[in-house]
Design a protein around this ligand. Structure first.
Ligand SMILES: [Ca+2]
Length: 182
């Protein structure tokens, strides 16, 4: 578990901001203002009647809702969160439904100029597939307003035998994304 707590971007619905026993005494400052992604499954005609897969579903604090990209695609995708202001953070958690085997974490203060601060190589797998959780500890705290996950590679095999989702084949899909102090 992180020694800090979420930096306040997810609109957790209840029991939010559980303070760790020995954490600092300040309180979280702001919530995420916006999320965006390169695509979303609801854009496909078959799913256009639902908003179930919109990007904000991955920061709503609900482990049963998720963002999903387009399906049956080999394209790279990205998922982005606007923290609303520049905040310092040191840990990112990705709760995958359909995961990336290669990805990078980029940050920006203006949403235009980005720099990479970590990649899948730095991720510690906190929970194994299916539905894996990746925990990325940044070597030093980062200050930024925007965080973007660039996803470029899917599991080589998919389907039930490979332990990947059969719900969103060849998509990228995230139940929750969290950014934490350390
Ligand atoms: Ca969710």
């Amino acid at each position: 578990m992180p020694s800090g707590w979420p930096t306040s971007w997810a609109p957790w619905r209840s029991c939010r901001w559980r303070r760790p026993p020995t954490g600092p005494s300040s309180t979280p400052t702001r919530r995420a203002r916006a999320t965006s992604a390169s695509s979303a499954l609801h854009e496909a005609p078959r799913y256009d009647a639902t908003s179930d897969f919109l990007p904000d579903r991955a920061v709503d604090g609900d482990p049963t809702t998720r963002w999903a990209s387009r399906i049956f695609s080999d394209a790279a995708e990205w998922f982005q969160v606007d923290l609303g202001q520049v905040l310092a953070f040191g840990q990112i958690e990705l709760h995958w439904e359909y995961w990336a085997t290669r990805y990078s974490v980029e940050v920006s203060n203006d949403g235009e100029r980005w720099r990479e601060v970590a990649g899948h190589q730095q991720a510690e797998r906190a929970k194994e597939p299916p539905q894996p959780v990746d925990r990325i500890l940044l070597p030093a705290p980062v200050e930024a307003r925007y965080v973007r996950i660039q996803m470029t590679q899917r599991p080589q095999t998919s389907g039930e035998a490979a332990g990947t989702s059969t719900w969103t084949p060849k998509a990228f899909s995230l139940w929750e994304v969290g950014v934490y102090l350390r």
